[in-house]
Design a protein around this ligand. Structure first.
Ligand SMILES: *[C@@H]1O[C@H](CO)[C@@H](O)[C@H](O)[C@H]1NC(C)=O
Ligand SMILES: *[C@@H]1O[C@H](CO)[C@@H](O)[C@H](O)[C@H]1NC(C)=O
Ligand SMILES: *[C@@H]1O[C@H](CO)[C@@H](O)[C@H](O)[C@H]1NC(C)=O
Ligand SMILES: *[C@@H]1O[C@H](CO)[C@@H](O)[C@H](O)[C@H]1NC(C)=O
Ligand SMILES: *[C@@H]1O[C@H](CO)[C@@H](O)[C@H](O)[C@H]1NC(C)=O
Ligand SMILES: *[C@@H]1O[C@H](CO)[C@@H](O)[C@H](O)[C@H]1NC(C)=O
Length: 557
């Protein structure tokens, strides 16, 4: 291709993107509503309800005559309602159990006297559907009901028996590096008589080891990326198998946050492949005051197939279009990933480097998301050709999550210890949605979907497929939308299911995952994609909905 034709192609793409943005078709950002608290953690609870958490500081949203630090976000009206909490949720994590109950764990020792410490907290919200959170409440009683040890910056993962595995963190508030690490994991409900298990990789990878990136694999084991190290942890045998380090010294845990995701699993083999993007190659031995907001993050993505042969082949490297610290990767129902948020230079955390911008350790926000297409050839997987650009920085303490509607909720950003305005990087309350082209297309619809599905089973649903879409090109996704915070989407998972149309394309027979290791028992969303246009998601309970631990179900694959 001549330079001229490349140029005219680029021009054409730019024009198409501008036209799409102007007409609200194609990929586009929509800003709508303000969250009242900084959306530094987000999780989808039901069709129209997201739950947001911040720290107890001076957020404008009020409850009981004082500031709130939790909120219900109504995805339909784009309004926030305060959620009553007792303990400080700053830098906590969470996930769903096999019975659909939402658990939030850990947090910080509060800076407000009447707020309780969240360091050891276990918070429980029973399944809840009201879009404004009416009748939904969070049990938060850290004195009487708590973790075995204090954990600030832990990560959480729903495992094959429907329990939550809670990994790492720090005991006390340390400013940048983790100098008081909790090098162990524990479970909720507890196992091992409530005694935490030591986890060597946390010690080996320190002091850049908080929010360990933990990914459930289809055999029930757990991939972890901590610092520059990677392992597979076998929960049942309590063993660590070391894998090759992330290439070129890239580290991906806080405060050098990169995104780590399990690529979509496909039947019949469900071969696991992990993708790691962004983070930093900065040494973990430099005092934080000698670091700079202007140091580029890494643009490296590293991908590995987690089979014996795949591990032998090792990491395959590709490059993003820009370096990113604190990116998120959000899986879409068609199997693509959206790389979004973060900054091009600097680090996570706040007020620790030599030249902070206000409180921010990072600068040069990444304003344009990229699409990652897993099955494209190497070198052609990452593109922002069709992507819009926002002008709202989403850096430290921001989130992004897929919604049941099929768009991405983007919120937060607050590299400041309290709520501040008027600085370069203020506390950000504006909520945006990144809408994929499906949102403005005539979409396929699912109906008559059972509330509960078993493993290794078939079930029928009704479908409506718009005439202009090719019914020979369908994908059925079973998704855990995960729990998003600190550039890590905990428990996020996409398992494709076999789907066969019948009755004149009005009914679809779906084959469920073979067992509870491929998709851990608990809540899920089913999306139908036809010709790359995705339906709205429909919620199901996978497994029998019993509280954890649940026994193995289904067949091995
Ligand atoms: C924002 O959301 C409200 C409530 O759904 C809707 O009425 C309004 O049209 C939306 N505004 C924009 C700009 O999309
Ligand atoms: C990987 O991390 C370990 C522990 O922090 C460190 O000793 C080692 O030098 C790092 N490797 C590279 C290539 O940076
Ligand atoms: C950090 O910066 C100080 C002051 O510039 C310098 O004296 C010191 O050698 C630096 N330390 C490292 C490890 O770079
Ligand atoms: C921050 O300041 C800007 C400019 O004065 C104002 O438009 C915006 O509403 C303020 N934001 C908050 C959350 O107070
Ligand atoms: C679902 O499809 C079946 C078979 O085509 C049909 O009999 C039934 O009425 C449909 N149900 C709904 C709610 O559309
Ligand atoms: C789910 O299980 C958890 C852990 O046993 C329990 O605390 C919670 O009350 C259960 N909720 C429901 C709805 O069964």
């Amino acid at each position: 291709m001549s330079r001229n034709s490349i140029f005219s192609k680029l021009l054409a793409f730019t024009l198409i993107a501008r036209l799409a943005a102007a007409t609200g078709t194609g990929w586009h950002f929509v800003q709508n509503g303000t969250s009242g608290i900084v959306a530094l953690e987000s999780v989808i609870m039901s069709d129209n309800l997201a739950i947001l958490f911040d720290r107890a500081t001076n957020d404008p949203l009020q409850i009981d005559g004082h500031t709130a630090w939790g909120a219900f976000w109504n995805l339909e009206t784009n309004t926030a309602t305060p959620l009553r909490l007792v303990s400080d949720t700053l830098c906590s994590s969470g996930g769903f159990l096999s019975n659909g109950t939402l658990i939030s764990v850990g947090g910080i020792a509060p800076s407000i006297p009447w707020v309780e410490s969240g360091l050891q907290a276990i918070r429980v919200m029973e399944p809840c559907d009201d879009p404004n959170g009416v009748g939904c409440s969070m049990l938060d009683d850290p004195e009487n009901f708590h973790l075995a040890t204090t954990r600030w910056y832990p990560s959480s993962l729903r495992i094959f028996d429907g329990s939550l595995m809670i990994v790492g963190g720090m005991h006390e508030q340390t400013p940048f590096y983790n100098t008081d690490p909790v090098n162990s994991l524990e479970f909720f409900p507890s196992k091992d008589g409530g005694v935490p298990r030591p986890l060597d990789v946390l010690a080996r990878a320190g002091p850049v080891n908080t929010f360990p990136r933990t990914i459930g694999l289809p055999d029930g084991r757990v991939f972890m990326a901590v610092g520059n190290q990677t392992i597979i942890y076998d929960i049942e045998a309590n063993t660590e198998t070391r894998l090759p380090n992330i290439p070129n010294g890239v580290r991906v845990t806080n405060p050098l946050d990169g995104a780590v995701v399990l690529l979509p699993l496909h039947p019949p083999d469900y071969t696991p492949e992990v993708l790691i993007c962004g983070g930093s190659t900065t040494s973990d031995q430099i005092p934080s005051e000698n670091l700079s907001t202007q140091t580029p993050a890494t643009d490296q993505c590293s991908r590995m197939t987690l089979t014996q042969e795949g591990i032998q082949r090792g990491w395959q490297i590709e490059r993003m279009l820009e370096p990113r610290i604190m990116p998120e990767i959000v899986l879409m129902p068609n199997g693509q990933g959206v790389i979004i948020n973060g900054a091009q230079t600097g680090y996570a955390s706040m007020s620790s480097v030599g030249d902070p911008i206000g409180g921010s350790n990072a600068d040069h926000p990444a304003f344009t998301p990229s699409l990652y297409t897993p099955d494209a050839p190497l070198g052609q997987r990452i593109s922002n050709r069709e992507m819009p650009t926002t002008d709202i920085p989403r850096m430290y303490h921001s989130t992004a999550t897929l919604t049941p509607q099929g768009n991405i909720l983007v919120g937060g950003s607050n590299p400041n210890p309290t709520i501040v305005n008027g600085t370069t990087y203020p506390s950000e309350f504006r909520i945006e949605y990144l809408n994929p082209p499906s949102m403005t297309s005539d979409r396929p619809q699912l109906s008559n979907v059972p509330k509960q599905i078993a493993y290794n089973a078939e079930f029928d649903v009704n479908v409506t497929i718009p005439k202009n879409l090719n019914p020979n090109n369908i994908k059925v996704a079973l998704m855990d939308l995960g729990f998003s915070t600190h550039a890590f989407h905990q428990s996020q998972l996409l398992v494709f299911m076999e789907g066969n149309l019948k009755d004149n394309n009005r009914r679809l027979t779906i084959k469920t995952p073979p067992n509870n290791r491929v998709y851990p028992p608990g809540p899920a969303w089913i999306y139908l994609t036809v010709d790359d246009v995705s339906s709205v998601g429909v919620r199901v309970m996978v497994g029998n909905g019993a509280p954890p631990p649940v026994p193995d179900q289904g067949v091995s694959h």
